[in-house]
Design a protein around this ligand. Structure first.
Ligand SMILES: NC(=O)c1ccc[n+]([C@@H]2O[C@H](COP(=O)([O-])OP(=O)(O)OC[C@H]3O[C@@H](n4cnc5c(N)ncnc54)[C@H](OP(=O)(O)O)[C@@H]3O)[C@@H](O)[C@H]2O)c1
Length: 360
């Protein structure tokens, strides 16, 4: 049975209940400075919110989350709800050319990062794959030690879309496959990523930039919560409510634009509060923000094409922020996003946005 082999693939050992459809439970924000906050919103709550029923899709029989999230700040790892271990920090590749992505990914692996994030829409999956291949060839790492993430655009909700991503990356499987946006037939997009998990083309699945309502719609239709969700998240858009919402489903929040995004970073890197904390720890402002994300229980993959920055972004474990320091960064929240349509997306991709507005 395909499902049994998938279990072996993701390293699960527990028996999982099949045929569960999720309902919507109450939201609760995680507590301050609690890396285990998602874990604390218990599996019991999630299961209390369950409503039994049979979903129509062939992949709907997958499973409820098998376990609570377990986010280990100091180990730099989170165990996802399906038992897969994910690094909590790594490298992002948005806006990087394929050549830049190849270099950045290699530098990041060399510096100790194991989480790599790309997307079909970034037009650099080949470059990312080259960086990975180069690092493996150099003996820096083995494929199994990496956690490679990509995302399907709405023109890729098909087996060909999944296979195309793997071919461009030069990999047999990825570790996490997202539906990039709630665009087009995103229910079908989610069905495709779940199918890819059954076929061992990905070890886990994610939703990116879906509103809470869309998130619930998808889960209700297909009967399984994603292990990870990506949203824009930084000191001016802290996403505590979203994190509490996701915790009901044991879904890990991964912050994109962790430093505010290219072109916006100065607002944080020159912020007096952050600089004061940086001075106290003899760390850079970027490291303080990154460490803050980790202590809030969020995965990060800052983008960079600067080898010094990339090294800095992996050196986050020889200091920690106090409750007061965490609270003072929390006080910077303005609930304001920085995303703008910039960068190197192809004309096809840009046109496919249509009138879509990002609402995550
Ligand atoms: N799911 C989605 O819709 C979505 C959307 C956007 C992004 N993402 C993912 O999230 C990742 C992170 O977001 P992002 O790259 O757009 O934004 P970001 O990580 O917030 O910011 C990137 C900017 O930070 C600078 N930077 C990185 N490390 C630094 C350091 N140590 N000190 C000073 N500056 C530093 C980079 O410049 P240098 O190159 O000079 O270091 C770059 O200008 C992306 O790369 C992508 O993989 C996902």
């Amino acid at each position: 049975m395909a499902y049994m082999s998938r279990r072996a693939f993701i390293g699960l050992s527990s028996t999982l209940a099949a045929g569960t459809v999720f309902g919507l439970g109450a939201c609760s924000a995680p507590s301050a400075n609690s890396a285990n906050s998602q874990q604390q919103t218990s599996a019991t709550e999630a299961s209390q919110a369950e409503a039994s029923g049979s979903a129509s899709s062939s992949v709907a029989s997958l499973t409820a989350p098998s376990q609570a999230l377990s986010f280990d700040v100091e180990a730099g790892k989170v165990t996802l709800s399906n038992g897969v271990e994910m690094p909590t920090y790594g490298i992002g590749t948005y806006i990087l050319t394929p050549e830049q992505a190849a270099e950045s990914v290699f530098w990041a692996i060399e510096a100790g990062a194991r989480l790599i994030d790309t997307a079909a829409a970034y037009n650099n999956e080949e470059g990312v794959g080259q960086g990975i291949a180069r690092a493996i060839d150099a003996g820096l790492v083995q494929r199994e030690e990496l956690f490679v993430t990509t995302k399907l655009w709405n023109n890729g909700y098909s087996e060909d879309g999944v296979n195309g991503a793997l071919e461009r990356l030069g990999l047999d499987y990825v570790d996490l496959l997202f539906v990039h946006q709630a665009m087009g037939d995103y229910l079908h997009g989610y069905e495709i990523v779940l199918q890819a998990m059954e076929e061992e083309k990905t070890r886990s699945v994610g939703l990116s930039n879906h509103t809470n309502a869309q998130f619930v719609e998808v889960i209700s239709a297909l009967g399984v919560a994603p292990q990870v969700a990506q949203y824009e998240c930084h000191p001016h858009l802290q996403r505590h409510a979203a994190q509490g919402f996701l915790a009901q489903y044991e879904t890990q929040l991964e912050s994109w634009f962790p430093l505010g995004g290219k072109g916006n970073t100065q607002v944080f890197l020159e912020d007096e509060t952050i600089l004061g904390i940086a001075q106290a720890h003899n760390k850079s402002a970027a490291q303080i923000i990154e460490r803050w994300h980790l202590q809030e229980g969020r995965v990060i993959m800052p983008g960079s094409h600067n080898q010094d920055h990339i090294r800095e972004n992996t050196a986050l474990f020889d200091f920690s922020l106090s409750d007061d320091e965490m609270a003072s960064i929390r006080s910077l929240d303005q609930n304001s996003a920085y995303y703008g349509m910039v960068g190197s997306m192809s004309q096809d991709v840009l046109e496919s946005f249509g009138d879509y507005t990002f609402e995550a």
